[in-house]
Design a protein around this ligand. Structure first.
Ligand code: ADP
Ligand code: MG
Length: 259
């Protein structure tokens, strides 16, 4: 299970969650995407309209509802979605008084037989380090961090890394850093190159070699409720996310072989 997290908004979390999930599903992996952001952009981006949503991530995390009743099909056969439901915005406040409030998502998924049927579960986190993201970091085996190629990108990430360390010490000792993905890279902009070089200097091999370019087709696709692959499979964005999936699968295979 991979949490896609960065407390900054607009850095490409949802875009990465949608398009990486799609690329993995196209490689015959069974993939579940959980939309844990009350804004519900991952749900909309996969064609599940706001008013068409029934019970979703809120029912899962706050009520421990079974996945069976929450999962939506998408246009890609082996990609399923737990949408953000309309109550999710209230979850942060509602969970505060619960016992073991940080473990609600983990418990719901650990107990659910359908969760075992997926090769990958991706969680699209909200842009904060609140209780929803904390639940995702505790349920997940690893965290994937999209990093937008712009000023101050690295400062935000160091705060996230500290949070991940804290979660590891206090709640989830086996949480791994899956890696950092450079997003919205613009070749015509020197700043993109600078940020990329800085990130690689600082985080080394934790930064994926695959870089996601700024590509208008990606955001167009989202506004049509489609992953980039289904909107324009040849677009640089769709191709980059396919390469990211390849790289992720190769890395995971290497890790397995090293064990
Ligand atoms: P987050 O989930 O971190 O808030 P999003 O994935 O929603 O960020 O991205 C923010 C905005 O940038 C969205 O409008 C999205 O369509 C757009 N966007 C994301 N990645 C790209 C990209 N590689 N090229 C062009 N636009 C992008
Ligand atoms: Mg988002």
């Amino acid at each position: 299970m991979i949490a896609v997290a960065n407390q900054k908004g607009g850095v490409g979390k949802t875009t990465t969650a949608i398009n990486l999930a799609t690329a993995l599903a196209l490689q015959d992996k069974r993939v579940l995407l959980i939309d844990l952001d009350p804004q519900g952009n991952a749900s909309t981006g996969l064609g599940i309209a706001y008013d068409g949503r029934d019970a979703g991530a809120y029912a899962l995390i706050a009520e421990g509802a079974a996945l069976d009743g929450l999962i939506c099909d998408t246009a890609i056969e082996s990609l399923h979605l737990v949408p953000a439901d309309n109550e999710l915005a209230g979850a942060e406040i509602e969970l505060v008084d619960r016992e073991r409030r940080e473990y609600c998502l983990k418990q719901a998924l650990d107990d659910d037989p359908r969760a075992q049927g997926y090769d990958f579960i991706l969680i699209d986190c909200p842009p904060s380090l609140g209780l929803l993201t904390l639940n995702a970091l505790i349920a997940a085996g690893s965290v994937l961090v999209p990093l937008q190629c712009e000023f101050f990108a690295l400062e935000g990430v160091s705060q996230l890394i500290r949070t991940v360390d804290r979660v590891r010490r206090a709640f989830n000792p086996t949480l791994r850093m899956e890696g950092l993905v450079l997003t919205m890279f613009d070749r015509r902009n020197n700043l993109s190159e600078l940020v990329a070089a800085d990130a690689r200097g600082f985080f080394g091999e934790q930064v994926f070699e695959t870089v996601i370019p700024r590509n208008i087709r990606i955001s167009e696709a989202q506004s049509h409720g489609k992953p980039a692959h289904l909107y324009d499979a040849k677009s640089s964005g769709a191709v980059a996310y396919a390469a990211l999936a390849d790289e992720l699968l190769a890395r995971l295979a290497d890790k397995k072989a090293a064990r």
